[in-house]
Design a binder for this molecule. Structure first.
Ligand code: C2O
Length: 590
């Protein structure tokens, strides 16, 4: 995308609309480097990510942010299914950095997954690491982001996975494809914000704006010139690649007077369905088709996103907007786009859980002969995890800003996860787990209670670096249950290294006798991030066919910071293709 998306050159005139030909040409020129054809038919694509500081102005305030190649949002990675990616990351900033390829399955390439202290030690200032992985069996939209502290606030960008050469989409070929990346913007420095919150035990400051491809839009003060515009031609179909890269907020998205057709989620095709509003949690990606009206209307259409929020805490209750404009043959008699009436969409209320439930139930795997839903029919191991908030005690001689002079925390089965100071994957691979982690992550809550009823009196969490171990090819069923501790809340849980099937969901406490009877084992949604409903539960199944250490956490970054995270260790299988290869020579050291 070159200078078009460079922060310094960003302006309202930036339109990302490219014809398909131009899009591919641009990729070939600016994004796609020379290709080397590999044996398996896929190509090898090289990228270079220079992590550097860049001054960016939003909402009339300039700040220095961490970026990739000075771009905000970061550069687009484009590959075809089956391609190998070699991404050289060079760290020129004062922070430790890692990059995660969110949703990429990383089959036997866990060393390239990216979460700091889980699969790798961070890339330190002045150091370099080459992420080396192949995109297998996935097509659609994913994204990449920094995976250490809160650096992903500004370090993120799209991953576009095109079908194999000569393969087509299972839906009408769009005229153009446009990534729309949602982000969250703070005027203040986000590393300072999270570090302060973690010292005081209180909640971190709320963001000042949401962004659409880096732009907050005209509903914010001093922001009208920073508006994303999508120019369309009458009668054409556009594929919008929606990505929620916001830190802490699920979002509703809608386009005035236009219907969206959902065709893919988390890089898996779904049964197409029409909707006016999309719900997208942090960590989720959704491809939608937007069909432009057959005749250019005399209006400008607002594209808007604002939060779906269920938790007990305050949230950034603002709205990001961009414009959908129809291109017209220039004629002096016709009014200019800026003079046209502006039509706005109606979005669900911020706490519209009924909409959220209906929407998630509509998502179904395409499940055709070509794209089957390989739902595990039998289950080797069952897990039941409570997810939610809690408290840690305040250090002696300190006052804390959480409830009851304690510190806010979050946990899974009451374990608030503590990252080690070396990486889990190295410790596992070299059999040096002693003093790094223990393998006693509880498969069930430490005690039973009415999870969604009146909160307990003791809501203190325990802390530890505990992992759950799975033999190779275990079929896993995991039920995740929200709790009322501190407050009911929807939690978008993300699993690294796998896609899972969302076989069931419901409200209240999960009933192991009754609820499994209603599981969908035919065409459930297959994804990498799913919301545990506020005051409810979700059941997922996956096949542990990828050896390595795999992080699982709430993709609300503040909850991850508070400890709502854990890791799975999937052991090697017997066959040589079932083992994790040794680490690359340039793997960073702690
Ligand atoms: Cu998108 Cu562990 O992250």
């Amino acid at each position: 995308m070159g200078s078009a998306s460079a922060a310094a050159g960003a302006s309202a005139s930036w339109t990302v609309i490219l014809t398909r030909a131009a899009f591919l040409a641009l990729c070939a020129l600016a994004v796609l480097p020379p290709l080397a054809q590999a044996k398996h038919g896929g190509a090898t694509r090289h990228y270079k990510f220079d992590i550097k500081m860049q001054n960016v102005t939003r909402l009339c305030q300039t700040k220095s942010i961490v970026t990739v190649n000075g771009q905000f949002p970061g550069p687009r990675i484009v590959a075809r299914e089956g391609d190998r990616l070699l991404i050289k990351v060079v760290n020129h900033v004062q922070y430790n950095v890692t990059i995660h390829w969110h949703g990429v399955r990383q089959l036997r390439s866990g060393w390239a997954d990216g979460p700091a202290y889980v699969t790798q030690c961070p890339i330190q200032t002045g150091q370099t690491y080459v992420y080396n992985f192949t995109v297998t069996g996935q097509r659609g939209t994913l994204f990449w982001h920094a995976h250490i502290s809160w650096l992903r606030a500004t370090v993120y960008g799209p991953i576009v996975i095109l079908p194999k050469k000569h393969a087509s989409y299972p839906f009408p070929q769009p005229f153009k494809e446009v990534p729309i990346v949602f982000g969250e913007w703070w005027k203040a420095d986000t590393e300072t914000i999270i570090n302060q919150a973690l010292t005081t035990g209180g909640a971190p400051n709320l963001s000042d704006a949401y962004t659409m491809n880096g732009f907050p839009g005209p509903l914010y003060n001093c922001s009208a010139k920073d508006t994303f515009k999508l120019k369309v031609k009458p009668g054409k179909t556009y594929l919008l690649r929606l990505i929620n890269a916001a830190l802490n907020d699920e979002l509703f998205f809608s386009v005035a007077n236009h219907t969206l057709s959902i065709v893919e989620a988390d890089a898996v095709y779904v049964k197409p369905f029409k909707t006016h509003t999309v719900l997208i949690t942090p960590g989720q990606t959704t491809n939608v088709l937007l069909r432009a009206k057959s005749k250019a209307p005399n209006a400008t259409f607002v594209m808007a996103a604002r939060p779906y929020a269920t938790g007990p805490g305050a949230f950034d209750n603002t709205t990001v907007t961009g414009f959908l404009e129809y291109a017209k043959p220039s004629s002096p008699s016709k009014p200019k786009a800026s003079k046209l009436p502006i039509l706005k969409p109606t979005l669900p209320k911020f706490n519209d859980t009924a909409f959220a439930t209906k929407f998630s139930l509509k998502l179904r795997s395409l499940n055709t002969a070509q794209f089957p839903a390989k739902v595990p029919r039998t289950v080797d191991k069952k897990f039941f995890f409570t997810v939610g908030l809690g408290l840690n005690s305040c250090p002696k001689n300190q006052t804390c800003q959480g409830p009851n002079n304690a510190m806010l925390a979050a946990s899974i089965n009451n374990v608030s996860f503590v990252l080690p100071t070396t990486a889990l994957l190295q410790a596992h691979f070299f059999k040096q787990s002693k003093g790094v982690y223990t393998t006693d992550f509880p498969a069930n809550p430490p005690f039973k209670f009415n999870y969604t009823g009146t909160p307990l009196s003791n809501i203190m969490v325990t802390s530890g670096t505990k992992v759950a171990v799975l033999p190779f090819n275990t079929t896993v069923e995991l039920v995740m249950q929200d709790t009322s501790i501190i407050g009911l809340e929807s939690h978008p849980l993300h699993l690294h290294g796998f896609n899972f099937f969302v076989v069931g969901q419901g409200f209240g406490n999960f009933n192991p006798k009754k609820d499994p009877k209603n599981f969908n084992l035919v065409d459930p949604a297959e994804r990498n991030t799913v919301s545990v409903p506020s005051g409810g539960w979700v059941a997922i199944r996956f096949l542990a066919d990828n050896p390595g250490v795999w992080f699982m956490h709430c993709h609300l970054e503040v909850h991850t910071s508070w400890g709502l995270k854990m890791a799975w260790i999937v052991m090697d299988g017997k066959g040589w293709k079932q083992k994790l290869p040794p680490p690359p020579a340039d793997l960073p050291k702690c």
